[in-house]
Design a protein. Structure first.
Length: 204
């Protein structure tokens, strides 16, 4: 009987030694799943943008990039010559900005105003807004400062027709809006009912 107990004790001691040895081994490192990163669209002036146009500006402070619609965006022809506003839209009080980053809000303010809420009332803004190049739905009429950057990079973007382009920046209370001459770079104002060229842009 004493020999049997001694055998059991020896077996238990052996098992304890094996378990201790196993627990002292370091568990192999496991692979950790990582989420693939998506690279941001390239933003190089003169290069194609995600909407099928050409990039013309990158805001160094915000990292926001701007692209202009390609030549022929309007029915395959030259940039259209359109009025900024007609009828009551040409005298509507619409609050707009001139700075870079204001063009999209300007276009929304114009097209949502009851006096300008159809393409017939605000041809320039609606033409830009309704453009769907690259299957994008966020095109707009550039603000005065955005338009100036487009002028600076006109050679890189290409295809500009005529000499005067509309911005989405109105001259408050005087039926006037800002525009830019693309031959000289001069910025000025003209009556909204006048016809000037239109080139949509978008930010991304």
């Amino acid at each position: 009987m004493r020999l049997k107990l001694t055998g059991i004790a020896a077996l238990a001691a052996s098992i304890a030694l094996v378990l201790a040895a196993c627990s002292s081994q370091t568990e192999p490192a496991r692979d950790v799943a990582t989420t693939p990163t998506t690279s941001a669209p390239a933003c190089v002036v003169g290069e194609p943008g995600p909407g099928g146009g050409k990039i013309f500006y990158r805001d160094a402070a915000t990292g926001v990039c701007y692209e202009a619609a390609p030549s022929g965006w309007y029915d395959g022809g030259s940039d259209p010559r359109l009025a900024w506003g007609t009828g009551k839209c040409a005298s509507a009080s619409i609050s707009t900005g001139t700075a870079i980053g204001k063009g999209e809000a300007n276009t929304t303010a114009i097209t949502s105003n009851t006096a300008c809420d159809t393409p017939e009332k605000a041809p320039a803004a609606w033409a830009a807004k309704n453009y769907a190049g690259g299957e994008k739905s966020d095109w707009f009429l550039p603000s005065m400062d955005e338009l100036n950057q487009l002028y600076i990079q006109k050679a890189a973007v290409g295809g500009f027709a005529g000499v005067i382009y509309w911005s989405s920046s109105s001259w408050f209370g005087e039926s006037l809006a800002w525009l830019q001459e693309f031959d000289t770079g001069d910025q000025g104002k003209n009556y909204m009912v006048s016809g000037s060229r239109v080139r949509p842009v978008r930010a991304f």
